[in-house]
Design a protein around this ligand. Structure first.
Ligand code: TYM
Length: 345
């Protein structure tokens, strides 16, 4: 059982996917499926770390799956599935709850943000969330994890957990036939592209997010062309023209964000965009941005809506993906049990 290159990543089915999810992560997922073995998950167990309406959650799981396929993930090439159908995730997460240290989780900035002031009322699941994320990745001994910037700290934790497991059980790992004493790889974050952190359209200092109460702050993958154009037109900017070089964005986070989004959607570098639009007013630029955005995203939204009309077909994709995922994760879990001294039959 050697470690070979394998990609794993996931998104939460809470609300509809947005431009940040697409440009920060999914664009790389689609590219990597041409060169790697890829496993892409709808992380429904992560979603329930905060209360979800059951009927809405079911719909959201299918919607995210539909968006994956509509955006270009091919269920024949990649494994597409929802986390709760593969019990290895929850089993390995428990083992990792016993490997990770409280001090490590106390440092997680996303928990602090999500739990807010009333930390005592947050679920234990929300606190242990990064351990489940490490389990997602390591249940497949995945080596590459394409994500947006905001997941960097969680990935560092996954690397620490992999290393501590390897250290804590080194002798047992060797006794189980892994001569170099390494059972889990160190998963590499893949955080690349011009839009690894897409910001809110209303406030360039805040991340574009599903949980922002203002729908004008984000472009959803399900928005139609008119809505996309309206949101871009209303996006916050400043009175100055577009800068002519990259250094000209100081103190102008909204301008920088919109130019970054354009570059990512048009498959250009920021430099090229500034060469074309530098010195112009935002009104003209916003028209061009609305055009590239509707061109690229309108198609995805339309296709996702078409796929949603047949929920049985979506469920079949998830069932097939889960079965394929299980065949990879089960031997890993079996080894983990043997390594940790748990008896199985
Ligand atoms: P989630 O569901 O919040 O986001 C899914 C992916 O989208 C990226 N992303 C962004 N990228 C750029 N700009 C933004 N404004 C933006 N907002 C979101 C995220 O970085 C992520 O890549 N914990 C994860 C899900 C997860 C996971 C995993 C990821 C669970 N297990 C294992 C990788 C591997 C999360 O909540 O992502």
């Amino acid at each position: 059982m050697t470690i070979s290159p394998r990609v794993f990543s996931g998104m939460q089915p809470t609300g509809s996917l947005h431009l940040g999810n697409y440009l920060g992560a999914m664009v790389n997922w689609i590219k990597m499926q041409e060169t790697h073995e890829c496993i892409y998950c709808v992380v429904d167990l992560h979603a329930i770390t905060v209360w979800q309406d059951p009927a809405e959650l079911r719909t959201a799981i299918r919607q995210v799956t539909a968006a994956y396929i509509a955006a270009g993930l091919d269920p024949k090439k990649s494994i597409l599935f929802n986390q709760s159908q593969v019990s290895a995730h929850a089993e390995l997460a428990w083992v990792f709850n016993c490997v990770a240290r409280l001090g490590w989780l106390n440092r997680m900035t996303q928990f602090k943000e999500k739990a807010g002031k009333d930390r005592e009322q947050a679920s234990v699941g929300l606190y242990a969330y990064p351990n489940l994320m490490a389990a997602d990745i390591l249940a497949y001994r995945a080596t590459h994890v394409p994500v947006g910037e905001d997941q960097k700290q969680h990935l560092e934790l996954a690397r620490d957990i992999a290393q501590k497991f390897n250290n804590d059980f080194r002798e047992s790992i060797i006794a189980q036939g892994f001569a170099d004493g390494v059972f889990f790889p160190q998963p590499e974050p893949v955080i690349t592209g011009p839009a690894t952190r897409v910001m809110s359209l209303r406030d360039g200092t805040k991340k574009m997010s599903k949980s922002d109460p203002s729908d004008l702050s984000r472009i959803n993958l399900t928005d139609d062309a008119d809505t996309i154009a309206k949101k871009i037109q209303k996006a916050k900017t400043d009175a100055d023209p577009i800068p002519t070089e990259d250094g000209g964005f100081q103190g102008r986070p909204e301008a920088e964000n919109l130019v970054g989004i354009y570059a990512a959607l048009a498959d250009q570098t920021v430099e090229t965009v500034l060469k074309d639009f530098g010195g112009q007013q935002f009104s003209a630029f916003k028209k061009a941005l609305a055009e590239v955005a509707t061109d690229r995203l309108g198609r995805i939204g339309g296709e996702a809506r078409r796929l949603m009309a047949d929920s049985a077909a979506i469920d079949a994709v998830l069932a097939d993906g889960s079965a394929r995922a299980r065949t990879i994760a089960q031997p890993v879990i079996d080894h983990v049990k043997d390594i940790a001294g748990l008896i199985r039959s």
